[in-house]
Write a new protein. Sequence first.
Length: 272
Amino acid sequence: MIKNTVMSVLAIVAALSASTAMADTLADIKARDKLIVGVKNDYAPYGYLNDKGETVGFEIELAKYVAKELLGSEDKIELVPVVAANRIEFLTAGRIDAIFATLGITAEREKVIDFTTQYVSAGGPSVLMAGAAKISKWEELKGRQVCGIQGSYFNKKMTEEFGIELVNFKSQPEAYRALKDNRCIGMVFDDMTLQMKLREPDWSSYKIAVAPYEFAPMAGGLRKGETAFREAVDKAIHKAEGEGKLIEWEKKFGMPASDYIAQRAKAAASAN
């Protein structure tokens, strides 16, 4: 009986602690008057450094919009550079409040973090290779060394299903350099980024040799159980969609028009 009572008390305490934790992040953000967001700064068009050394991009605009909705100004934000290998670690360790950094929704990640409403349906991985390359299918890459990025959600599929020998790097510049140095026959990464890379003069002799096999939803990442914060962020995202902001940012950063974003904008506008 005593044991059951103790267990009940502990359960109540845990529930109360969880409820407090759910409100803490939003309350902390408002108390410090600043939103701290993990973003990419090497990943055009979502987050990258412009010619002035400023971090800009589609997800940077979205993060600033969320800050404006939460705190009244888009300037009340701190952008923390992250890469695929450390973004979730930064979030769970409390170093950032949220992730807006090309975060694909996967079942494995859902065990560790919560996702905001999804806002992009991005082309999955493709393979960038020299223009003379004869390879055009994923199966033809079996046993070949291909450059990749640590922490990419598709890495496991690359090695286990396609038998690719991945040569992983922490950042894109390292991987691009390795490809040009012929340390691998190609680079596997998300199709949008590789397509943007081909627009650069130095990459005119390269091509997308192997096309994506899927389109994957992308969303922001939040710590588990932060209901109030997630609802506030989702509300901001839906408002931005309804105002046509995501379509505006697509055009601003040279992204191809997405039916997915257009459809979500229409639905959000109707709901407002």
